[in-house]
Design a protein around this ligand. Sequence first.
Ligand code: BG6
Length: 490
Amino acid sequence: MAQLVPVETFDLIIFGGTGDLAMRKLLPALYHRDCDGQITDDSRIIAASRGAMTRKKYLAQVEASLRQKLVDGTFDEAHWQKFKKRIFYAQTNAFESSTWGELTKLLAGNDDRVRVAYLATAPSLFGAIADGMKSNGLITNTSRIVLEKPVGRDLESAREINDAVGKCFAENQIYRIDHYLGKETVQNLLALRFGNSLFEPLWRRSAIDHVQITVAEDLGVGGRVEFYNSVGAIRDMVQNHLLQLVCLFAMEPPSSLDQNAVRDEKIKVLRALKPVSVDDARANTVRGQYSEGSIKGSTVPGFLDELAGKESKTETFVALKVEIENWRWSGVPFYLRTGKRLKAKHSEIVVQFQDVPHSIFPEQQYNVSPNLLRIKLQPDEGVQLTVMAKEPGPGGFDLRPVSLDLSFAETFGVRYPDAYERLLMEVLRGNPALFMRRDEVEAAWQWIDGIINSWQASKQKVESYVAGTWGPTGSSVLLDRDGRSWHQDD
Ligand code: BG6
């Protein structure tokens, strides 16, 4: 395990402190970092939320949530007694400056600490909260603001939010989160590409046939059905997580891990994505929506049942064939797919290398399949390289694909920290490399808006798929047509 150094003393204000993200991700992440000694004794976590609540009641909620969310019995009574001392609650309504008194009082006299405002709220509140911080004199030189995704629902709204927050905070104080960038395995993609000289000569059109990126979930939309219905998979997953994976996979080598070196390379990929015209949308995109089915032996309802029978054309599944128009990737299709209520939670990038140019093996006996590099993101994180080998025996020359398998869990034998643990520490250290810059978010929206507009113009249909499968038929057809298929262990 890399050496852990405590971060400077801080005040972290979580707007939306009673919400799902705070309870499910942020507080458990902070608890783990605290257990590992990364948080100084006098650092504080201040939950800000609209409702009136005593600190005692808030602590009871946090305790109940930690007991439930922390995996593998990591809740420790003695440590909780220490952790809870740093948690405070301040009733704050973003839109009413008269309600900011409690928070202002808590922060008074602490201007020398690192101060982070984490906006775990709806994006419609981002501007008002930034403004409230400013008008109440709460922004110091060491202040930072963290914006949860989604930053907007299209380019226009993203710009509005960025402008509103930008009136109060400088760009280098703004941290736009995409939690995929905090995942250990996603960072391992950088290690794989740039910590090994082996792959670089192969990382291009001359060696790669195509790339598949799958982010599949077996869960449905849960309690977020109304919200999800207004965004769909393209905005919820593709605009951010999948495009970030594409960027890290496809970018040119940055000169260092410096925040701008990496982000400058990522944005070049976003700008090289081929815009999706109406014809492209018909040919190269698939939308799906789950119907009732069965997952791990249990019957699960369809999306429309969850919407209580309301009509909806929102996609819970997307598959895309994407082209990157530059020298490295021209002609190499990137097939992306993501969806809810699929067969399993399973995310990976599969690189299929080109066929051998000529086979020397006898027609009847050989079966040379192309090499595959699987970068497994979750679960069972690791890297797998499939190579052809000869089956043992004197009879003939039968070939079989065999795998060189690296399982990170077995190799490193440590708990994988949640992405938020890493990202929160990066904010507190003042390192924005793993966060999205304004131009990145906006370039991503610009490309996604093109797809959504083409869908609207062509009235692109939403295919139904049975929950517990790998998505609609159109998703397989997308690859079949190119003589390819999704690599998945059915
Ligand atoms: C979120 C999406 O950003 O990512 C959710 O809003 C999705 O819909 C989640 O379930 C997936 O994250 P992870 O870390 O479980 O892959």
